[in-house]
Structure formats: structure tokens, C-alpha cells
Write a protein that binds this ligand. Structure first.
Ligand SMILES: C[S@@+](CC[C@H](N)C(=O)[O-])C[C@H]1O[C@@H](n2cnc3c(N)ncnc32)[C@H](O)[C@@H]1O
Length: 276
């Protein structure tokens, strides 16, 4: 079992562990990070797994440059929107970490992922609800202003997006709606899981680096058990009926193309470019 990457975020760590567990040992394989931010922990992963040909897309220029700097000298390429529209990556894996809640046109985003995934590929689609649960403690004045700012952002962002300013967009994902959209667009949900117990996300920040690997192991084991044995459905709360969602505000879907969406005419073509 590969070690833990992405300290501090059990959802991302779980996805990376699952992805690395499926990697062929010596055959090159294409991974596409759709909304890669500053590149996160990919430099370390790419050094440890040289068979990965990594591609990233990031609309924010500052973060794109940070990713480019971090990934210099590795088999990695960051692309912009024009290139993404023209290219057919035929990716073996697509990851999307904490992006969907920031995407204004979710249909277009999911269709583009469909175009970029190979017919046998796997799409790890992760989204978060943390932005929509600002921590307000009336006994702690230091929480008042941040909570107010977040609430204001959540309220304004959809209005600004309708006027064409989509960069700061964020909006809660409603589980039934997104699952319905995925099915309409020809995605098959293989499985889903909830992650990121809030108290453990805070606790890891108090630990020295030397203890973080072990802590991630315990954290991942606990969350796997919670998902396997203690997940229950009930009335929706924060847009999702799972009891886990109330305390684990990160949901990940493992998606594949649904067989009926893969007619011979629309199968992706083989990859024509390499990341370097
Ligand atoms: C919370 S950050 C997550 C970044 C990175 N995935 C990570 O986990 O560190 C959300 C990212 O989604 C990007 N984003 C917003 N709209 C997007 C879109 N339509 N397509 C791809 N990425 C988008 C933002 O620019 C931002 O970098």
C-alpha cells in the first residue's frame, strides 16, 4: 500500500492512495488534474512515480504560475483553456479536488472531463462544503468578522457570476442534483465516500511533521471504517442526506463512463502529446 500523500486532507490522501494502487508498475500513464491550483503535493508524487505523465489545468494565472514553478523538471505540463479545448488527453485518471463548488458552469466542466478521460479511465471527483459552514462562535469575537466575510462571499458570488464575473464563484453542491447531472451526462458512479472529519483536520495542524504520516494512517483507517459500517441516510442536511456529511464535509465520487455513453463513434482517441 503506497504511503500517505497530501497531509492534512484525508479526502485527497485517500484518492491518491487509491490511484497509486491502480497504477501499472512500468507502463506510462496519464493523470489529469482538472483545477490543479498551485500543484499541491504532485511534485513529490511525480518524483516517486516516474511513470506518471501529469497534466494540469488551472484558470487562475497566479496559481498556474506557482504550479509551473513547483513542477519544473518533472513530466508535467500545465495547460490553458484554449489548449484544453483542442487537445484529447485520453487520460487514465482525472482528479478534481475541491474544484466543483467553485465552478459556475458545472455541466460544461463535467462534459470536458468526459472528453478528456480514456474509455477505461477513472475520474475522482471531490467537492467540499467547508466554505458554506462558516464557524461563528458568539463567545469568540475573533470568529465574527471571518464568518461574516464568508457569508457575504457566499451570498454575493452567484450574483456576480450572473453578471459575468465568475472568478470568485462558489456555491454549495446539492447531492441529488449533482448525481442527477452526472447520470444525464453519461457518468457512472462506481462508489462515493465522505471525508475530512473537521476535528481531525484541526488536530493534525498541532502535530510535528515526524508524526503526520502515522496520524494520516489512523485518520484514513477511521474514515474508511465510518464509511463502510456507519453510513446512514436520512433527511437532507447541508444538501446531502448522509449522516457522515454532517461532520465530514468532503464528498468524493469515483466515476467511469457509463457503458451506453461509449458508443464507437464517441470513444476518445489515443493521446497525441506527452507532458514534459
Ligand atoms: C479550492 S481550489 C483547489 C485547488 C486544488 N485542486 C487543490 O486541491 O489544492 C479551487 C480551484 O478551482 C479552480 N477553478 C475554478 N473554476 C474552475 C473551472 N471551471 N475549471 C477548472 N478549475 C476551476 C480555481 O481556480 C481554484 O484553483
Amino acid at each position: 500500500m503506497p504511503g500517505a500523500y497530501w497531509w492534512g486532507n484525508a479526502a485527497k490522501s485517500w484518492v491518491i492512495q487509491d490511484l497509486l494502487g491502480r497504477l501499472p508498475a512500468d507502463t506510462p500513464c496519464v493523470v489529469f488534474d482538472y483545477g490543479c491550483g498551485d500543484g499541491g503535493y504532485w511534485p513529490q508524487i511525480l518524483r516517486d512515480y516516474p511513470q506518471i505523465q501529469w497534466w494540469g489545468f488551472e484558470p487562475n494565472q497566479r496559481r498556474r504560475q506557482q504550479a509551473q514553478q513547483q513542477l519544473v523538471g518533472l513530466p508535467a505540463k500545465i495547460i490553458g483553456w484554449c489548449e484544453l479545448e483542442q487537445i484529447q488527453l485520453n487520460a487514465d485518471f482525472i482528479v478534481s479536488f475541491s474544484v466543483l463548488e467553485h465552478v459556475y458552469d458545472r455541466r460544461q466542466y463535467l462534459l470536458m472531463a468526459k472528453k478528456q478521460l480514456a474509455s477505461h479511465g477513472i475520474f475522482y471527483l471531490n467537492y467540499d462544503d467547508g466554505h458554506f459552514r462558516p464557524l461563528l462562535d458568539l463567545h469568540q469575537p475573533s470568529t465574527w468578522l471571518p464568518a461574516f466575510k464568508v457569508a457575504l462571499h457566499n451570498w454575493l458570488a452567484p450574483l456576480l457570476a450572473r453578471c459575468g464575473y465568475v472568478a470568485p464563484f462558489q456555491q454549495r453542491i446539492i447531492q441529488a442534483e449533482i448525481d442527477q447531472l452526472l447520470s444525464e451526462l453519461g457518468w457512472h458512479i462506481q462508489t462515493s465516500f465522505y471525508s475530512n472529519l473537521e476535528c481531525l483536520k484541526s488536530l493534525i495542524k498541532t502535530l510535528p511533521d515526524a508524526q503526520k504520516d502515522r496520524f494520516m494512517e489512523v485518520w484514513l483507517d477511521l474514515e474508511k471504517t465510518l464509511n463502510r459500517e456507519f453510513r446512514r441516510s436520512g433527511p437532507p442536511c447541508y444538501g446531502d442526506g448522509s449522516n457522515l456529511w454532517r461532520v465530514m464535509p468532503s464528498r468524493t465520487l469515483i466515476l467511469t463512463h457509463s457503458p451506453e455513453s461509449l458508443t464507437p463513434g464517441n470513444e476518445p482517441h489515443p493521446v497525441t502529446a506527452t507532458a514534459s
